[in-house]
Design a protein around this ligand. Structure first.
Ligand SMILES: C[S@@+](CC[C@H](N)C(=O)[O-])C[C@H]1O[C@@H](n2cnc3c(N)ncnc32)[C@H](O)[C@@H]1O
Length: 273
């Protein structure tokens, strides 16, 4: 069993902080050690110092990604925090929006993006919005993004999806694919995914009418949280909706926000920067 020394721990956590904003204090050493130890074993490496050299070097971007995956959790499921989807529906009706562009800014496997697609698909069928709506999902991890683009999910993750929506938007797997569902083209045609690090400057990818930034701020320290929120909000239209995880509290930011529900806000004006 390898031991993670204090110096190497600091080097690994500094690398994660500088590159992707992940913040680990000393109390997280056992967690970091146990998550990476399995990987060292699998790679047959001699110790954490060698592993640090591997992920810090330029030659193995794949292993760096692997370390990020091991140190973050990608947990997500369809219609997580359902009140947010109700707020979204109410606001679209209230503002009588016909077209809509949405950003799922830490999309993980895409559950949030496709949940939104099901809601917007229904609204389109009911004639409450037009057909011009699109959803962009982004994440730091290319492993989750590859899976999101395939749009195949274990049925368990769709436990909060109504039977009508399951029928309308999902194709059930058979044989070897039993227990999995594939999102239908009806919604996949509106959804695309790409890699984006929230801790780096963002080129103009918006403006969006709706931004989800849910359950990712928990990884960042206060300063990084603020920077990320300010950066993300530059891509949101004035009047647009902004969602963060309900457990993430209110994050200070430059743009004035009106609170609509826990974790749900309307952007009232641009920030000062
Ligand atoms: C717990 S998941 C949240 C998924 C979804 N938003 C939800 O609420 O169900 C957090 C995601 O944030 C991503 N993440 C962590 N740091 C990131 C960064 N610096 N830039 C972009 N994504 C990041 C992780 O890869 C992970 O997929």
């Amino acid at each position: 069993m390898h031991t993670l020394g204090d110096d190497t721990y600091r080097k690994i956590t500094a690398l994660m902080y500088d590159t992707v904003g992940l913040s680990f204090n000393d109390s997280k050493k056992a967690l970091v050690s146990s998550r990476l130890a399995m990987r060292l074993q699998r790679l047959g490496m001699d110790g954490f110092e060698d592993y640090f050299d591997l992920i810090a070097g330029d030659h193995d971007e794949g292993e760096f990604q692997m370390a990020v995956d091991l140190l973050t959790t990608n947990e997500t499921y369809f219609f997580r925090e359902p009140r947010h989807f109700e707020v979204l529906e109410e606001e679209i009706v209230r503002t009588r929006r016909q077209s809509l562009s949405v950003w799922s800014a830490a999309s993980s496997f895409g559950d949030e993006a496709y949940s939104t697609a099901m809601l917007l698909g229904d609204m389109q069928l009911q004639g409450r919005i037009g057909g011009e709506w699109s959803i962009l999902g982004t994440d730091i991890s290319d492993r989750v993004l590859r899976s999101a683009s395939e749009a195949v999910y274990p049925i368990e993750r769709l436990r909060h999806v109504t039977p009508e929506r399951l029928k309308r938007y999902c194709l059930r797997g058979e044989g070897e694919a039993e227990g999995f569902v594939q999102m239908s083209e009806r919604i996949t045609q509106h959804v695309r995914f790409g890699q984006l690090n929230l801790c780096c400057p963002i080129e103009d990818i918006g403006p969006f009418d709706v931004v989800f930034l849910r359950n990712v701020l928990i990884y960042f320290d206060n300063e990084t949280k603020r920077e990320v929120v300010d950066r993300v909000l530059t891509q949101l239209r004035v009047g647009g909706l902004f969602f963060i995880g309900t457990a993430e509290g209110r994050v200070p930011c430059e743009a004035p926000l009106q609170s609509l529900a826990p974790g749900a806000f309307r952007k009232l004006a641009d920030g000062g920067r």
